[in-house]
Design a protein. Structure first.
Length: 94
């Protein structure tokens, strides 16, 4: 009988990274609030997403192809929904 250890390790790593991302996002809120005092919440969110996209692109370019599974079907829809909620709806509710 095989052990489910690799799957559990991947889930644990994913959950840990999600918590780290949430903590970093929360830690940046006061800085973003001060820095975006002269622009609206949608523009501030757009700048945050632009910065995150640039950083992700640079990291991916440095690391090279990682063999990740491509996004398909429902995964793309979920990703777009999260981006819409996080980038447009949430800032406008602040």
């Amino acid at each position: 009988m095989t052990s489910p250890q690799p799957a559990r390790t991947a889930i644990t790593r994913g959950v840990s990274l999600a918590f780290l991302a949430a903590a970093l996002f929360g830690a940046t809120t006061p800085f973003v609030q001060r820095a975006s005092a002269t622009v609206g919440p949608i523009a501030a969110a757009a700048l945050i997403y632009l910065g995150a996209g640039i950083i992700a692109f640079v990291i991916q370019a440095i690391r090279g192809p990682g063999g990740y599974a491509p996004l398909r079907g429902r995964a793309i829809a979920r990703l777009l929904l999260v981006a819409l909620i996080g980038g447009a709806l949430a800032p406008s509710l602040l």
